[in-house]
Design a protein around this ligand. Structure first.
Ligand SMILES: NC(=O)c1ccc[n+]([C@@H]2O[C@H](COP(=O)([O-])OP(=O)(O)OC[C@H]3O[C@@H](n4cnc5c(N)ncnc54)[C@H](OP(=O)(O)O)[C@@H]3O)[C@@H](O)[C@H]2O)c1
Length: 363
């Protein structure tokens, strides 16, 4: 796992070439505010090779945040992250690694009949009850997540610093909100225990819609309610304080709801996901920080917004925007191309916007 001293040494070796606040606090350590994501790409050897080169370049060049999930590219992304960590000259304890569980993963490639694969490998084998599967592919059942964590540990070959429950709002397709909070609490008890045992550093919740949509939306989950469930789970598991540490939300120039939608209750009235997380002491990792490639195109960022952002290219300006939002620890950008790593790290030689300048973008 990442340690304070090793990540501070990593920062000392790299921070000179970057702009203000490039390295940010995570626990007693420091992480780069650009992280490498591994979601996109075909499940092939050729894409594995490209990721290996991209991750190696990232680690050597000042990016020490790697994000993956067991289901990404049929477990190949976790495996290539593990390979890169083993082969890199950068020490493991200088790197922050996150992964996720919740979606039933395939193994190496996409089976010709996914439904039959899930039934044979997961339901018939007793790993997951059919009634615990939503949309035939997603579960928060503790026994299932325990199985998934074992596989992730094997794939990565190392302990993840952060283990996310992956897109729990998927459960809202077939369950009430209260039932989903109950399922999350049961999952959190497992993750509290596994964190206390040293099998993960901390845990979090990665979402696509849940925390950025308004409360009346069918995919909404309340961050205060989730934090409360984590506290209950900690009491149930007997851990000294919760290991719930972070959230992941999509955030970019054209999908800024995590900042603009006041969906989470506080004693002072509702606030947005980013401010709620910041005030609750949670780290925030943004996903889809360049809108899955959309913001790389000329003209994709509205002119008046682009004019306020530092960076030579639309991609660089989009990265500056995501890294400038309040409470953001790191913006994840999917990079299976070493040239993209180099170009995107160049964006971070620019300073992020200050708080007032960021707010002004929305005026
Ligand atoms: N919890 C969730 O539901 C969720 C959802 C989405 C994403 N995530 C996480 O967040 C990470 C980031 O999101 P994302 O990958 O979906 O989207 P993204 O980071 O917004 O975009 C990634 C895409 O942009 C391309 N790209 C990167 N840098 C570029 C550059 N300089 N010029 C041109 N193209 C460039 C990448 O190509 P190459 O790959 O060829 O470099 C890739 O196709 C994911 O990888 C994943 O780890 C989580």
């Amino acid at each position: 796992m990442a340690t304070g001293p090793a990540t501070w040494d990593y920062r000392d070796a790299h921070h000179g070439r970057f702009g203000r606040t490039y390295f940010r606090r995570y626990g007693d350590g420091l992480v780069s505010s650009l992280g490498l994501g591994t979601y996109l790409g075909a499940p092939t050897d050729a894409v594995d090779e490209r990721y290996l080169e991209a991750i190696t370049t990232a680690l050597e060049s000042g990016c020490n945040v790697l994000d993956t999930a067991i289901n990404y590219r049929c477990q190949r992304s976790e495996r290539v992250v593990g390979q890169a960590l083993r082969e890199s000259d950068v020490e493991r304890d200088a790197v922050f690694v996150s992964t996720k569980g919740g979606f039933v993963p395939f193994d190496g490639d996409r089976p010709s009949n996914p439904g039959r694969y899930v039934a044979r490998e997961y339901v018939d084998s007793g790993i997951v009850d059919r009634e615990d599967l939503v949309a035939g592919s997603h579960s928060l059942a503790p026994d299932f997540l325990a199985d998934q964590l074992e596989r992730s540990l094997e794939n990565l070959g190392t302990t993840p610093d952060l283990y996310y429950v992956h897109n729990p709002e998927t459960q809202l397709r077939e369950h009430s909100r209260e039932e989903v909070y109950d399922a999350l609490e049961a999952a959190f008890v497992l993750l509290e225990e596994r964190a206390a045992a040293g099998d993960i550093g901390h845990y979090g919740v990665a979402t696509w819609e849940a925390f950025r949509v308004p409360p009346e939306h069918p995919s909404y989950l309340s961050l205060p309610a989730v934090v409360e469930r984590a506290r209950s789970a900690s009491r149930e598991a007997g851990t000294a304080g919760t290991h719930f540490r972070a959230i992941q939300v999509p955030f970019n120039v054209v999908m800024a709801d995590a900042f603009t939608v006041d969906a989470h209750e506080t004693p002072d009235g509702p606030t947005c996901a980013l401010w709620f997380a910041a005030n609750a002491g949670l780290n925030v990792f943004t996903s889809a920080s360049i809108a899955q490639g959309e913001l790389t195109e000329d003209g994709a960022i509205p002119g008046p917004v682009a004019a306020r952002l530092e960076g030579e290219t639309p991609t660089q300006r989009a990265i500056t925007f995501a890294r400038s939002a309040p409470g953001v620890t790191a913006s994840l950008v999917g990079m299976a191309n070493a040239e993209h790593v180099t170009a995107n790290l160049e964006a971070c030689t620019h300073d992020p916007l200050g708080a007032q300048a960021f707010d002004a973008v929305f005026e």
